[in-house]
Design a protein around this ligand. Structure first.
Ligand code: ATP
Ligand code: ZN
Length: 286
């Protein structure tokens, strides 16, 4: 039966909260009590499997799960047969090469003949090959950042977001290898019934993402400034204009990307806009 789509999400870790928040923002309700490995939504045909992130690409490729939310880094490392459906914009990080702080470094050729500890041997291997560097890759399963100080390797290749963990371990980032964020992946051979459910989910995810990157903006303007202001804030189709109780003034409502808003802020004020309010949008369907 094709009544349900199974989604694999990380059980507990850096991806978990944002993955589940996104699903909730899509209006999908479910129960995830501590320790539960499986759960079914009460209002959408979605069943959850809570797994270790490393296992998600494999389970999706094998069809144990139909879709999954996982770091792009894991997808690239595992190289399983999955389809990348959507970049999700959270858990952004990069996989980088780092070496002890005091060591002089000028180019990637530094790594020629050196040893590098990592949990991402495939991504690193491909990167080194592409740059024609021959180095020894030490695959380890965790605490990569202590490898140089205990004499296990000359450098490391590990995930970095702020760089503070590297610094605390006396390392400096010298080369970015891969940039990552959370992605939605899917099994390449979903049945039509499951594809229909997936399309509904993707529609909702798009609405949430578009809403997040846009703002609802309201402002009071003297009527004489309306033509100028309309040019600055075009809106979805066109702005809404409502008369204020005070003669000669109107309230203009529009939808803008946050970037657009900041770019046009000075011009809006110069044109006479005042009492400008910027309100978040929960969902937006264009
Ligand atoms: P699991 O127990 O599920 O195997 P884990 O310890 O391997 O978890 P986490 O540390 O929770 O994994 O990281 C999961 C994902 O979060 C990473 O694969 C990566 O995509 C992303 N991430 C974002 N920022 C960072 C960071 N600073 N360090 C590590 N991973 C990060
Ligand atoms: Zn993991």
């Amino acid at each position: 039966m094709d009544q349900l789509v199974r989604i694999a999400v990380q059980k507990s870790g850096r991806l978990s909260d944002d993955s589940l928040s996104l699903i909730k923002e899509c209006g999908i309700k479910f129960y995830n009590g501590t320790g539960k490995l499986k759960s079914t939504s009460t209002n959408f045909p979605l069943e959850f499997l809570f797994l270790r992130d490393d296992d998600i690409p494999g389970y999706v490729a094998d069809g144990v799960a139909d879709i999954g939310i996982v770091g792009h880094n894991e997808v690239a490392e595992k190289a399983k047969e999955v389809v990348l459906l959507k970049k999700l914009g959270f858990s952004k990080c990069r996989l980088s090469l780092a070496i002890p702080k005091g060591t002089p470094y000028s180019s990637l050729s530094y790594f020629e003949g050196k040893s590098i500890a990592t949990t991402y041997p495939n991504i690193l291997g491909n990167f080194l090959k592409q740059h024609q560097i021959k180095a020894e890759i030490h695959e380890i399963s965790g605490s990569v950042e202590i490898a140089p100080s205990i004499g296990l390797a000359d450098g490391i290749c590990d995930l970095v977001s702020s760089g503070s963990t590297l610094m605390m371990n006396g390392l400096k980032e010298v080369q970015e290898v891969f940039t990552s964020e959370a992605v939605l992946i899917g099994n390449p051979k979903l049945t039509d019934g499951k594809k229909t459910i997936l399309d509904k989910l993707l529609f909702r995810i798009n609405a949430v993402q578009t809403g997040k990157s846009n703002k609802y903006v309201l402002m009071n303007v003297p009527n004489s400034a309306i033509p100028k202001i309309i040019q600055l804030i075009p809106g979805m189709r066109s702005p809404t204009i409502l008369p204020l109780a005070e003669e000669g003034w109107s309230s203009i409502h529009s939808v803008l990307s946050e970037e657009q808003f900041w770019e046009n802020m000075d011009e809006l004020r110069a044109a006479g806009a005042e009492g400008i309010l910027v309100v978040p949008i929960e969902k937006m369907v264009i």
